[in-house]
Write a protein that binds this ligand. Sequence first.
Ligand code: EPU
Length: 336
Amino acid sequence: MRILHDQPAELYSTFRLKTRLATVIEVRNLTDLQQLDTSSVPLVLGEGSNTIFLEDQSRPIVRFTGASITESWMDAARCLLHVEAGLNWHQLVTVTVVKQLWGIENLALIPGSVGAAPVQNIGAYGVELADICAYVDYFHWQTKTIQRFNPDECNFGYRDSVFKHQLAGKGIIVAVGIILSKASKPVLSYYGLDKLPETSSIRDIYQQVIVTRSSKLPDYRELANCGSFFKNPVISNAEFLQLNEKYPGVPGFKLTNGQVKIPAAWLIDQQGFKGYSNNDIGCYPKQPLVLVNYGNGQTEDLLSLVALIQNKVNQAYQIVLEPEVRLLDSNGQQYV
Ligand code: EPU
């Protein structure tokens, strides 16, 4: 176990606001976790690619750093990978591509750790974690034991899971089991991959995802950001038809439950925010759903830009955009 004091948040959040973190504790394994003092409930952090520290953080922060992969074959075609939470997600995807194990190649280049993946059920290009998740191992602060959650118990939804709700603050994800396939299973329906032939190799798809993502999304190492800042709103079909009358051409993706998902990027783009900045915080010119910090971004600039976007979109479309990113106050509570 390693305990660090008074750390700059820039090292722990890819949005890099210049706030401070009182304590960061790195735990490697079950023994470390069992020895951890949890009398004041810790805040769990992965690689900070979806978390913004708006204020100096007083709650102790815990990061799980174990990063092993254990492979076992379920039958001739299916392989189960037991992956510790501290592994970098993209590194895992790369390993599976080298091993020619199909299932998560569409999720290449998503920033963050394996442990963070189930919390918001990461997804891109027509695939989400829920599609290949076998289980999630969760260490409870109170009982100091690990419980295995099967996919049903994880309650996965769009950027959502039980770990954001009933289990929020109760413990930490220590490992994720995923089932991958030896047989080729290309998912090419999403715009950006739809030009690839059905015979594409796993490496072709992985590379195309990397090219597509890199052309639209900023690399957080070069320009601080936390990916999509808002969730894509979901509205009823009746609301969608009304919206379409007022704004012909509004894009909408039908969900299996009959509701319609509207791209938040479109709503924000239509309000003229592409490339708009409020001091050092702005909307990325190529994808306005991504808010960026040009270097010296301040919490006030971020919050006023968020409010401006939400108000403009709400006034125009009567749709409330909800942040997808975790925005934390000084006690580690969700800010908005
Ligand atoms: N659009 C615009 N203007 C733009 C960009 C996009 O109007 O400048 C509209 C277009 O209609 C486009 C639509 O928005 O068809 C969707 O855009 P895109 O395909 O880029 O996807 P997204 O819905 O904005 C989602 C995820 C991304 C994920 C991509 C690809 C959310 C909130 N975001 O973005 O995930 O990479 O799909 O699958 O669901 C993340 O969660 O951090 C993230 C980056």
